[in-house]
Write a protein that binds this ligand. Structure first.
Ligand code: C5P
Length: 309
C-alpha cells in the first residue's frame, strides 16, 4: 500500500487587528500571515476497513481522538465525498500546541490534501478551501502559504507577493492558550458589534509601504494586551525581545508564543542564546509561497513516524 507524506509548516501573524464582534459570535479580523520553516509532518496510507487511525509522535502532547483536527478533516472529507475508505495517519508533531503558531490548523489543511491523494478523490481548490474554512478560521491560509492577508474570521485569504526571507526568533513560554477564551475576554471597545462596513473600507493602518515592503511600524496584535494581563509571563517574553535590535516584535495569534524579526541570522541566533532557558526558542526563516505550498509526495521506503525523529 503506497504511503504519501506532506509537510505542514507553522505561521506567525505579523499583524492582527480586531475590527469588531460579528453576529455569528466570531470576530472580524484583518491579519497578515506568513509561513515559517517550523513544520509538522504527516504520512498516510489507505486502509480498506473504513477506519481512520492517528498516531502522534511524540505521544502525550496532543489527543489523537475525535477532537483532533486531523480526524475532523478525515470525517469531513468522508461526509462530503461519500468515501468509505479509511486511513492510517502518522503525525510527527514539532509545532508547539496552544502557542498561536497554527499547528493544529496546518495539520488540518495537510490532512485534507494528503487524504485527497490517498483516497483518490480529485477535489479541486474550491472544494478544499470550503472544507478548510469549515474546520477552522486559520485553516484556509495553510492551503496558500507564504505571505497572505486574512479578512473575515481570518478565512478570507488574499495571497500577497513573497517578502525577502527574514530570520525570526520564536519564543514559547510554558503556557497553552485557548483562542476562544482570549477572544471572549476582549474589552468591550474592541469587541463591540462589527459596524458592517465592507472589509475593504474598514479603517486601519496600511499594511504595505510605498515600495510594497512591510510597514513594520504599523503592525500590532490587538489580542496581546488581554493575553499579557492574564499570563504576565507572555509580557516578560515580549519585554525581553523588545530589548533587542529586532525590526519587529509581537505576539502571534492568540499566543502564547511571541516572535522577533531580524534581517540577519547571526543577530537572531545571538538574541536567542541570551533568552531565559525556561522558554522554548526556535530560530526560523519565513517561507515564500512555493516553499510553503503543501506538496504531497510518495513517502520514502521505510519512512515512518520513528524515522522522522
Ligand atoms: O475558527 P476557530 O475554531 O479556530 O476559532 C476558535 C474560537 O476563537 C472560536 O470559537 C471563536 O470563539 C474565536 N474566534 C473569534 N473570531 C475569529 C476567530 C476565532 O472569535 N475571527
Amino acid at each position: 500500500m503506497t504511503s504519501y507524506a506532506v509537510s505542514a509548516p507553522a505561521k506567525i501573524n505579523l499583524h492582527l487587528e480586531v475590527l469588531g464582534r460579528r453576529s455569528d459570535g466570531y470576530h472580524e479580523l484583518r491579519t497578515l500571515f506568513i509561513s515559517i520553516d517550523l513544520a509538522d509532518r504527516l504520512r498516510a496510507s489507505r486502509s480498506e476497513n473504513g477506519v481512520t487511525t492517528l498516531h502522534i509522535d511524540p505521544e502525550g502532547r496532543l489527543s489523537p481522538d475525535e477532537d483532533n483536527l486531523i480526524i475532523k478533516a478525515a470525517e469531513l472529507l468522508r461526509r462530503n465525498t461519500g468515501s468509505r475508505a479509511g486511513a492510517n495517519i502518522f503525525l510527527n508533531k514539532n509545532i508547539p500546541v496552544g502557542a498561536g503558531l497554527g499547528g493544529g490548523s496546518s495539520d488540518a489543511a495537510a490532512a485534507l490534501v494528503l487524504l485527497d491523494k490517498v483516497w483518490g478523490l480529485g477535489l479541486d481548490n474550491h472544494d478544499l478551501m470550503q472544507m478548510a474554512a469549515a474546520l477552522g478560521s486559520d485553516v484556509p491560509f495553510f492551503l496558500h502559504g507564504g505571505l497572505a492577508e486574512g479578512r473575515g474570521r481570518g478565512d478570507d485569504i488574499r495571497p500577497l507577493p513573497d517578502l525577502r526571507s527574514c530570520h525570526v526568533v520564536v519564543v514559547v513560554p510554558k503556557i497553552a492558550v485557548s483562542t476562544a477564551s482570549v477572544f471572549a475576554s476582549l474589552p468591550p471597545s474592541l469587541s463591540s458589534e462589527y459596524p458592517g462596513v465592507t472589509p475593504d473600507r474598514a479603517p486601519g493602518p496600511s499594511i504595505f509601504g510605498k515600495d510594497r515592503g512591510p510597514s513594520w511600524h504599523n503592525y500590532r496584535n490587538d489580542l496581546e494586551a488581554v493575553v499579557v494581563t492574564r499570563w504576565p509571563e507572555v509580557g516578560r517574553v515580549l519585554a525581553s525581545l523588545r530589548d533587542s535590535a529586532a525590526i519587529h516584535v509581537a505576539m502571534t495569534g492568540s499566543g502564547s508564543a511571541s516572535f522577533a524579526v531580524f534581517e540577519n541570522r547571526q543577530a537572531a541566533l545571538e538574541v536567542a542564546a541570551g533568552l531565559d532557558d525556561s522558554w522554548t526558542v526556535h530560530v526560523v526563516s519565513t517561507l515564500g509561497r512555493n516553499q510553503a505550498r503543501m506538496k504531497v509526495r510518495p513517502a520514502a521506503r521505510g519512512e515512518g513516524v520513528r524515522s522522522w525523529k
